[in-house]
Design a protein around this ligand. Sequence first.
Ligand SMILES: [Zn+2]
Length: 127
Amino acid sequence: MYMAEPIERLVRPALWRGWRRRCPNCGAGPMLRGYLKVRDTCAVCHEELHHHRADDGPAYLTILIVGHLMAPVILWAFATFRPDPLVLASIFSVGCVGLSLYLLPRLKGLMVALQWAKKMHGFGAKG
Ligand SMILES: [Zn+2]
């Protein structure tokens, strides 16, 4: 039985489109509806996006990045400026929440785009 060679999907452009929360296939349609909900299909190219299995991955990556950025910066800020602990905690709480809210949807887009590019979880299946 003859089977056509599947078309290669480029990972880097897909990841960049996912980071921008765009459809990994066309880069034009929005991937997310609301803050984190992935659309079932792209509004522009009708690529199916419901195959994704991002699960806890974006949250894990967000915690990993924010934790590794904030922990040394807190230590540096405390050692350098010796601020009042309440001031330090207030500033870094706002910083951690803000950075997490910024990163979470972008990392979700990145993970969905990676799964799309690698044809994981039914993304590459026809029919
Ligand atoms: Zn699209």
